[in-house]
Design a protein around this ligand. Structure first.
Ligand SMILES: NC(=O)c1ccc[n+]([C@@H]2O[C@H](COP(=O)([O-])OP(=O)(O)OC[C@H]3O[C@@H](n4cnc5c(N)ncnc54)[C@H](O)[C@@H]3O)[C@@H](O)[C@H]2O)c1
Length: 271
């Protein structure tokens, strides 16, 4: 169902790898709501994923960029403004990767150049994206920038490993840069703290199946899906949320404020 909430808006969407990606669902919903956008991902992901199908379906241009490379980002933003025919109204940063997680290295045994790489991809890239947008003055007034986070930034989820620290950093960047973007350009910056979601990045976390079932049982509304997240993001890109900024917005069916639920209690009572 479309509400025409993003009619005429222009955006850049990072991180659509395959049809499970949160960014993929967001691109589909944003398209339905009437926006046009550029799709971008790391050059290597272009070869692995199926982003071409999404571009075809949504009539969008793909401009590859490694989100850790300032040079790539400068090119991406300049070209996006050209291709879309004007300044950018919305940006989705939907990027995360930890080499320590990928290679099964424990939090207590990190290899620090992997830690640094994961930080750069998952958190530093958000600063870089915003700095390039800011310096090129590429955002339209009352635009909206969103990045995706996870509650391990506030609470302990042992298997989330160094991604927990990356997410804490990401959320802090949203606040810090959001101040300058708000003050100087009337642009808002927020993070969405999303439920566990079965995507390539999500399923890469050890114990993901247990993790997602636990969250499902704990949340009064159940886990938020990738499509739910896409819908929430549409609202944050729309003109209906113009004064929401510097926030980390939990989108998790209520999980973040729960202590225990009947469904979880039941599991222990059965023992
Ligand atoms: N899946 C979950 O459980 C969950 C929960 C909360 C938050 N998130 C966050 O949502 C976001 C999207 O992840 P997803 O779950 O849709 O998984 P996904 O694997 O589909 O997306 C991750 C994307 O990051 C991209 N990426 C990696 N390195 C990059 C680089 N150097 N430059 C540009 N792009 C790069 C990948 O190509 C991929 O498209 C991430 O920030 C993730 O941490 C996911």
């Amino acid at each position: 169902m479309s509400y025409g909430l993003l009619k005429g808006k222009r955006g850049i969407i990072f991180g659509a790898l395959d049809e499970n990606s949160i960014a993929w669902k967001t691109a589909e919903r944003v398209h339905e709501e009437g926006a046009s956008f550029v799709l971008t991902n790391a050059p290597i992901a272009m070869r692995m994923g199926t982003i071409n199908q999404l571009a075809e379906k949504t009539g969008s241009t793909i401009i590859p960029a490694d989100a850790t490379s300032l040079e790539d980002l400068e090119h991406l933003v300049k070209e996006s403004v050209k291709v879309l025919g004007g300044k950018i109204d919305f940006v989705l940063h939907s990027i995360g990767m930890s080499v320590n997680v990928r290679k099964g290295r424990a939090y207590t045994d990190q290899k620090y150049d992997w830690t640094a790489k994961g930080w750069d991809v998952s958190a530093g890239s958000f600063h870089k994206v915003m700095q390039v947008l800011y310096k090129q003055d590429a955002m339209r007034e009352w635009g909206s920038i969103v990045a995706l986070s996870y509650m391990a930034a506030q609470r302990v989820f042992p298997d989330y490993n160094d991604m927990a620290d990356n997410k804490a950093f990401l959320e802090s960047i949203a606040r810090s840069f959001g101040y300058f973007f708000g003050r100087d350009k009337n642009v808002r910056v927020n993070t969405i703290s999303q439920s566990p979601t079965p995507t390539t990045a999500g399923k890469g976390v050890k114990g993901f199946d247990g993790f997602i079932s636990y969250a499902e049982k704990m949340s009064p509304l159940g886990n938020a899906s990738a499509l739910d997240c896409a819908n929430y993001t549409v609202s944050l890109f729309s003109d209906l949320t113009r004064k929401v900024t510097l926030q980390n917005l939990f989108h998790d069916g209520g999980f973040s404020n729960m202590g225990v639920s009947d469904a979880v209690m039941q599991v222990f009572e059965e023992e």
